[in-house]
Design a protein around this ligand. Structure first.
Ligand SMILES: [Zn+2]
Length: 422
């Protein structure tokens, strides 16, 4: 018979947990480990961890699902008495092996959270034998734990604010990233002043005054909240969103020409324009051979569309420059766009002029990572799809923070073995 020390190691619990006995449940083909906290007299509130007098025995003994032992499912079984907390009233007492309110052990939670950021949705659910809905609650607990352990807003100086659409564009998340750590620090449902004010309420007046720089798309609701709440911050226009404006303008030009060609019945023009969309919208360095050919066809059959393409590309290149060179390029682009006689780009010109101050701030501030905003934006979009099937938007936000906020826990037990295996 193995000693309790080995069992403790195998189950990943520390000395605060006493293993009383190990039982094999033949019917369920699972292991049941009977446990108790080492000091059963000194009960603590499961919510706040403060000592509290006992209240009653709750609903008697209960099970916590633990990590499998070999191929067998495993449960920890213990009493689940309740305490009377000064702050929280009657609550289930804290146990050392699981988070409050969890039906799984801490290690089980952590392994699920790790898997969610490293594998597919179906792999997680099948390997861990949990429903996707439970996965949502598990990662929400893990992230809440991580955020309680360390102030997520510590040292924020330069932040980016963005909005992510989900549910086919019917719903939005407002998100805040830290330009210096590269992490997602906050997210909430909604995209309006009240939503963003929620972030600055949490941040508080003092820390808000330490914010030096805020990058965002040019939405007025963001600008007005930032002006009000961050007295010392410069507002910068996100290069990523600016370039998206130009890409949209180009796509409008393409659609208009396509519609006209269809209306007047110009089969050769239609044939030439067919399939050019991606060639036009993609960055030139990522084009395939076929797309390059498609682009040169555009150049020969439609001058307006090709000029619109060049305007978009020129605009994109502004943001790869810095300082006076970049500002010069911006001004050159503006004088070209103003006279280009392509309505979508004349409109864009006016829009750019309106936001010139924040664009210039972007071009003159070093280290503002456009790649960060872009990759966060792309990844969060994927995560909102992955979150489909979760119970609530809290679960969706937890998934975003888990993956992009640095809250993914290490695999259970690995920190110990790392030291011995190097
Ligand atoms: Zn409490």
């Amino acid at each position: 018979m193995l000693g309790t020390n080995v069992w403790r190691r195998a189950l990943g619990v520390d000395r605060a947990t006493v293993i009383e006995s190990v039982e094999f449940d033949e019917e369920a083909e699972s292991l049941v480990i009977h446990v108790r906290p080492r000091r059963p007299k000194k009960r603590r509130c499961g919510l706040c961890g403060r000592q509290a007098p006992g209240y009653d025995q709750g609903e008697g003994r209960r099970n916590w699902r633990a990590l499998d032992v070999g191929v067998m499912a495993c449960y920890l079984q213990a009493d689940a008495p309740r305490v009377d907390c000064l702050e929280h009233g009657v609550a289930v007492a804290q146990v050392p092996w699981a988070r409050h309110g969890a039906g799984h052990t801490r290690d089980f939670d952590d392994q699920v959270a790790w898997l969610v950021t490293h594998s597919s949705k179906s792999a997680v659910a099948e390997l861990m034998r949990v429903s996707w809905r439970s996965v949502g609650s598990i990662i929400t607990r893990v992230v809440a734990d991580g955020r309680a352990a360390k102030d997520p807003f510590d040292g924020l100086v330069r932040i980016g604010i963005d909005e992510i659409s989900y549910r086919r564009g019917h719903k939005y998340l407002t998100v805040v990233v830290d330009h210096d750590s590269g992490r997602l620090v906050w997210a909430a449902v909604g995209r309006d002043k009240a939503t963003l004010e929620g972030f600055f309420d949490l941040l508080g007046e003092e820390r808000s005054s330490l914010i030096k720089l805020v990058s965002a798309d040019a939405a007025e609701w963001i600008a007005s909240v930032v002006r009000e709440r961050c007295p010392n911050a410069t507002l910068c226009a996100d290069a990523f969103h600016m370039v998206q404006w130009a890409t949209k303008a180009l796509d409008e030009v393409r659609k208009e020409i396509w519609r006209t060609a269809r209306r007047i019945g110009a089969p050769s023009l239609i044939a030439h324009l067919k399939g050019c969309r991606y060639a036009l919208l993609k960055n030139p360095d990522r084009l395939t051979n076929r797309q390059q050919q498609s682009l040169s066809r555009v150049a020969s059959v439609n001058k307006t569309l090709y000029r619109a393409y060049l305007l978009k590309e020129q605009f994109r290149l502004i943001f790869q420059l810095r300082g006076t060179q970049a500002i010069q390029a911006l001004d050159d682009w503006c004088s070209w766009a103003r006279r280009c006689r392509i309505p979508a780009f004349v409109d864009l010109y006016h829009r750019i002029v309106r936001h010139r101050v924040s664009i210039v701030a972007t071009l003159t501030n070093n280290g503002l990572s456009n790649a960060l905003v872009e990759s966060t934006n792309t990844k969060l979009r994927l995560l909102t799809r992955m979150a489909y099937g979760f119970k609530s938007t809290d679960n969706l936000i937890a998934l975003c923070l888990l993956d992009r906020g640095g809250y993914c826990p290490p695999l259970p037990g690995r920190q110990l073995t790392k030291a011995t295996h190097g």
